[in-house]
Ligand binder design. Sequence first.
Ligand SMILES: NC(=O)c1ccc[n+]([C@@H]2O[C@H](COP(=O)([O-])OP(=O)(O)OC[C@H]3O[C@@H](n4cnc5c(N)ncnc54)[C@H](O)[C@@H]3O)[C@@H](O)[C@H]2O)c1
Length: 259
Amino acid sequence: MSQPPPSSVHPTTGVVVTGAGSGIGRATCFAVAEAGRPVAAWDINGDGAEETAARCRDDYGVEAIACSVDVRDAASIAAATDATTQALPTIGGVVHAAGVAGPMPLDFLDEESWDAVLDVNLRGEAFVVRALLPALKAANPGSAVVGIASVEAIIGNGMVPAYCSSKSGVLGLTRSMAHRLGVDGIRCNAVCPGAVDTPMLAPLLAVPQARDNIEKRVPLGRVADPMEIATVVRFLLSDDARYVSGAAIVVDGGMTAVL
Ligand SMILES: NC(=O)c1ccc[n+]([C@@H]2O[C@H](COP(=O)([O-])OP(=O)(O)OC[C@H]3O[C@@H](n4cnc5c(N)ncnc54)[C@H](O)[C@@H]3O)[C@@H](O)[C@H]2O)c1
């Protein structure tokens, strides 16, 4: 049996995080910065990304840059990739946390609202990873990709068909990338959070009855703090997870384990 790595389990390569201007993406930047890894905070909200990067530098002393990027747009991804590869010496991690909910039940659904969700949540991950592949390959060993899916990748919610489809798609993409990129030593995984206290869920959590209903469904009796998702992402990016690939880790306080 081989020995565990003697020093830090965290590679020293940089991590690109989409959706880094808020919520789970921002918490992920802080979690990897705490482990000493350089950070590239990507978000369509450039000010939010800038604030995240500044806090990574000030609070954790790591190299951190911000990029204003729309993950729906190939030219925007290419520009952010160039800026990031010039600023950070190596990139060994990609986390796709950019996401939109787009509530629109099937009977009201139109093509535009379907595309608005799929393009960010699913297509965005594929093309962000594709753009960063040369850097991920160059940074080996230890490169890893983590997609933020959702419990709604595995259970249905009639209010959000596009969202459920996009998140199930993230699991399929994860498995496909794990198959294709394993030969390059790049691990690909997904995290399926339950209810997390972020700006995305804030309007729902502000309704006391809705919050109460959610908390009653969770065996741990509460919604998650974004850092409780980010530390699992950090684990998947670390050498402690060096034999984990193609997996989806549910982080939901037990919600999907019970009826
Ligand atoms: N909050 C929850 O309860 C919960 C549960 C399960 C899964 N998730 C998933 O976690 C991820 C993060 O969500 P969150 O809760 O932190 O939400 P959030 O709204 O706080 O953060 C999402 C971020 O994505 C960015 N973004 C949106 N469209 C973009 C685009 N086209 N290009 C680049 N950035 C874009 C936003 O500007 C925002 O900063 C999402 O994929 C979401 O679906 C959230």
